[in-house]
Write a protein that binds this ligand. Structure first.
Ligand SMILES: *Cc1c(COP(=O)(O)O)cnc(C)c1O
Length: 475
């Protein structure tokens, strides 16, 4: 289909074999292997062919491109061999950001993962008796200690994520039976987790009660039939209902559940193992609070407020959790040794009251003054021609299933650049060697250092200095 003019240029493109004989390319082959280098050569030639056919390259430009062929192949090769999953700098101030991997792990958790995974371990082996053991034991004793005193016999099991925990608990307690849920709690959590859908998959029957804004305890009570297997209370997590609202207290639900002998489950989501009031956030129950108030089984994530690895955790009445453990779904939803190792180290930090070693908790504890000091130093570094820098008061968001109003006061760095939109600035920051993810608001970029690790600040400063229309390489 190429026009005659194009065919002359196309004939100048060397065949793949010939490119592979160029000495610099031969060196690449010895370093990285023949297959990825051949693929890179093919991609570069295909790009050139495309540019010729679409009329974007004339003869002189093609000569120039062919002169830089080795460089182009090298660049293509390194981008094709780069990991897709990469660290980023979270400058959004959202501490538990689902799209950015939620909780970063502690140094101790990472060490424990490395040590237990680089060789064999006693994952399911009882060292004392030389027999097969259970993988739960590594964390169940720590959960027992941390939740001690909440109820007579709290037992805990761990599955892949909280969605799996909800599925497993409903399937165990309510297969072919009914579960009573308030209409005000039929939530969708990001990533298409919807309570009604999970209920269907669990083979449980959803019995909705009340209205979106008001549900009373009498609504729960009058919905009870001989098919009722459980009550489910769901944390609203990502939205709030205000105005003319009503919702039964936990105490009322516990009282009803005990009187009618119907288990009460709570999908708590956030899963805090500390008192959020210590960081100035009220109205969020910890796991211990929920168990103490008499909820039978609490379901929560490992990588939200707990600050550990992705996991779904079920803590509560021994007899109920033991039934969930014996469900064959548990085997399908179980977690691997990496998760157990990271979780064990994270729980141990709580046992030692060493909250500062858990990154998410450390970030929550940072004061506005600490952040302001760091922001001022960064502002001085990036203030330069073309970039307008202001320091403004704002909020960091806890995220991760805590209420949207759970925010912490912070100091933000506001950046704008004449001749460049905030969206373009944000896009440039995402393309940095260390990608930076920032908030865009009111026509500027907002940087919140609460979620930036101090050891990332140098890379952040470099990325900020490099963006904008006036590139450092074209002063
Ligand atoms: C986050 C959340 C979930 C989903 O938890 P995953 O660990 O992401 O599966 C379920 N329910 C509530 C209330 C949540 O906040």
């Amino acid at each position: 289909m190429a026009a005659p003019l194009h065919s002359a240029l196309l004939r100048k493109l060397p065949p793949v074999d010939e490119v592979l004989r160029i000495p610099a390319i031969v060196t690449l082959v010895t370093l990285e292997g023949r297959i990825p280098v051949t693929d890179a050569v093919r991609s570069v030639l295909a790009r050139l062919r495309e540019a010729i056919v679409t009329g974007q390259l004339d003869d002189a430009q093609l000569e120039l491109a062919l002169g830089g062929l080795e460089g182009a192949v090298g660049k293509q090769l390194s981008s094709s061999l780069q990991y897709s999953l990469r660290p980023v700098i979270n400058a959004t101030g959202v501490i538990l950001h689902t799209n950015l991997g939620r909780a970063p792990l502690s140094a101790e958790a990472l060490d424990h993962v490395r040590q237990s995974a680089q060789t064999y371990s006693n994952l399911e082996f009882d060292l004392e008796h030389g027999e097969r053991g259970k993988r739960d034991v590594h964390v169940s004793r720590l959960f027992q200690r941390l939740l001690n005193g909440a109820q007579a016999d709290v037992f805990t099991i761990v599955v892949n994520n909280n969605a799996a925990a909800v599925l497993l608990s409903l399937n165990t307690l309510a297969e072919h039976g009914e579960v009573i849920v308030s209409r005000g709690e039929l939530v969708e959590i990001g990533g298409s987790f919807r309570i009604p859908d999970v209920m269907t998959k669990s083979n449980g029957i959803l019995r909705e009660v009340g209205t979106t804004n008001r549900t009373r305890i009498s609504d729960y009570e009058s919905a009870i039939t001989d098919k009722t297997r459980a009550f489910l209370r769901v944390h609203r997590s990502n939205f709030e209902i205000s105005g003319f609202t009503e919702r039964p207290s936990i105490d009322e639900l516990v009282d009803l559940s005990r009187r009618r002998q119907i288990p009460l489950l709570e999908d708590q989501g956030s899963g805090a193992f500390f008192d959020l009031r210590t960081v100035g956030v009220s109205g969020e129950n910890s796991v211990l609070d929920s168990l103490r108030s008499g909820i039978d089984v609490v379901l929560y994530s490992g990588d939200k407020l707990l600050g550990g690895p992705q996991a779904g955790i079920l803590s509560g009445r021994g007899d109920l959790v033991e039934r969930m453990r014996s469900n064959s779904l548990f085997r399908a939803l179980r977690v691997d040794k990496l998760t157990y190792a990271a979780l064990e180290a994270t729980l141990l930090a709580y046992v030692k009251m060493d909250h500062e070693s858990i990154p998410a908790l450390r970030m929550m504890h940072l004061s506005k003054d600490d952040i302001a000091r760091r922001a001022e130093a960064l502002a001085t570094r990036v203030a330069r021609a073309g970039m307008e820098v202001v320091l403004i008061d704002g909020d960091s968001v806890i995220g991760g299933g805590a209420a949207p109003s759970a925010v912490l006061p912070t100091k933000l760095l506001g950046l704008s650049c004449s001749g460049l939109s905030a969206d373009d600035l944000a896009a440039q920051l995402r393309q940095s060697a260390s990608p930076v993810i920032a908030r865009v608001e009111d026509g500027r970029i907002l940087i919140d250092l609460r979620t930036v690790f101090p050891e990332q600040e140098e890379s952040l400063a470099r990325a900020l200095v490099a963006v904008g229309p006036a590139r450092p390489d074209s002063p």
